[in-house]
Design a protein around this ligand. Structure first.
Ligand code: AR6
Length: 182
């Protein structure tokens, strides 16, 4: 499923984010920048040790922020490590929105054309999928209104069909709202 919004293609796909060939993929990271399970585990296994080594050199990253490293052996040249909130810690939606926005801004700053993001915080961190879809898609759509010089393709990669269906329904709703506003 995809839509062309303000010169940017926003696309939803289902699958393993570590297989994508976008310029950057986003890791659902923790503040310690220790690659654990879920998306991070797949990145660690397929990307090789250089990614954790670069994370160790950076040290840490606050919730709601993101940092960039190389992509090791991945098809993507870069990994953007975005730290989403753990459900229950408070101000989750705002923190998730910031983490997504900073990730997109890092891609643009590094002159990247494409980025793929997973459903940040919805695995180990326990954030509900519906709420995540609302926040992530709102931030991504809002970002297409910026004057972007480089970023032209934003992919949201959902692991299973349930997550894909939740995001697809929310995306359809947001596209309809956008069309009604214009
Ligand atoms: N490709 C795409 N999506 C995936 C993949 C994959 N290969 N694997 C899992 N997902 P999670 P979080 C989905 O747990 O909740 C780690 O230990 C998954 O189904 O990766 O932000 C880190 O080191 C879920 O919908 O991230 C942190 O400590 C979504 O990606 C912590 O977990 C996010 O699940 C971060 O937890």
């Amino acid at each position: 499923m995809q839509a062309f919004i303000n010169d940017t293609t926003v696309e939803l796909v289902q699958g393993d984010i570590t297989e994508l060939e976008t310029d950057a993929i986003v890791n659902a990271a923790n503040s310690q920048l220790l690659l654990g399970e879920g998306v991070a585990g797949a990145i660690r296994r397929k990307g090789g040790p250089s990614i954790q080594a670069e994370c160790d050199a950076i040290g840490r990253c606050d919730v709601g922020n993101a940092v960039i490293t190389g992509g090791g052996n991945l098809k993507a040249r870069h990994v953007i490590h975005a730290v989403g909130p753990r459900m229950g810690e408070g101000s989750e939606a705002g923190k998730l929105a910031c983490a997504v926005r900073v990730s997109l801004a890092l891609a643009e700053e590094h002159a990247l054309h494409s980025i793929a993001l997973p459903a940040i915080s919805t695995g180990v961190f326990g954030y509900p999928l519906e709420a995540c879809a609302d926040v992530m898609l709102r931030v991504i759509i809002d970002y297409t209104f910026e004057e972007l010089e480089h970023l032209t393709h934003v992919v949201v990669c959902l692991y299973d069909s349930q997550a894909f269906d939740v995001f697809a329904a929310e995306f359809a709703k947001k596209l309809e709202e956008l069309a009604n506003d214009q």
